[in-house]
Design a protein around this ligand. Structure first.
Ligand code: C5P
Length: 215
């Protein structure tokens, strides 16, 4: 590619509201996606960052859009996908959201409370129906059968690369500055990256993306 590529990167968790004071979410810090966005920018790419509620300040990129729910994130991603050469879905999207939203704070009752959940749309799948970028990268956070589960996701979501990490490893992954990952590709290769900083993992991911763009 002769012109500078446009990266569309997602980061952080999504937040699915139950009532005005409660929500369902996960402990994603946004660090991995922010590191990818920062590294792509450092290499001269145009970077659009869509990020869920994260405690950290997002890096300076060309466009940064803060969102809350998975559906907000999907709208933002599908809105920008036409401009993207590369999609990196590092966000930890909530797979489920409450079936309904209570405008008033749900009062504590005598017994328990059952929440009905419905499935959120798959952002990767929906966005790629609008337009598939040249390179599509997903993440897989797994608590068992890491490589097998990651490979199934790579195939099912038609990804070029999937970055898999084992969330049961102590001191790594969600919220941490460090991770250990495996990058799987469509040719069956597995690149293992031992415990290192998320910045270094971002460097290795973008090296792989650049060689796919060049090929
Ligand atoms: O199936 P799983 O949620 O583990 O897939 C993870 C990958 O899919 C991540 O790249 C994540 O950002 C993306 N994803 C998505 N939309 C969802 C859930 C996950 O794009 N609703």
């Amino acid at each position: 590619m002769n012109r500078k590529p446009t990266y569309l990167v997602t980061a952080g968790p999504t937040r699915e509201p139950v009532d005005p004071v409660r929500f369902i979410s996960n402990p994603s810090s946004g660090k991995m996606g922010f590191a990818v966005a920062r590294e792509a920018k450092r290499r001269g790419a145009r970077v659009i960052l869509i990020y869920g509620p994260a405690a950290l300040v997002p890096p300076r990129v060309d466009e940064a859009v803060g969102v809350r729910t998975a559906r907000d994130m999907m709208d933002a991603v599908t809105g920008f996908i036409g401009e993207a050469d590369v999609l990196v879905m590092a966000a930890a999207v909530c797979d489920y959201r409450p079936a309904g939203y209570s405008e008033n704070k749900i009062k504590k009752g005598a017994g328990g409370l059952t929440l009905e959940l419905v499935e959120n749309p798959d952002i990767l799948t929906e966005a790629c129906k609008v337009k598939r970028p040249c390179v599509v990268v997903g993440f897989a956070a797994e608590s068992g059968n890491l490589l097998e589960n990651a490979r199934v996701k790579l195939e099912k979501k038609h990804l070029d690369l999937i970055v898999a990490n084992d969330i049961t490893s102590p001191g790594m992954g969600f919220g941490s500055d460090y991770n250990a990952v495996a990058i799987l590709d469509r040719d069956g290769n597995v690149e293992n990256i031992d415990r290192t900083t998320k910045e270094e993992i971002a460097v290795r991911i973008i090296d792989r993306i650049e060689s796919l763009l060049a090929g």
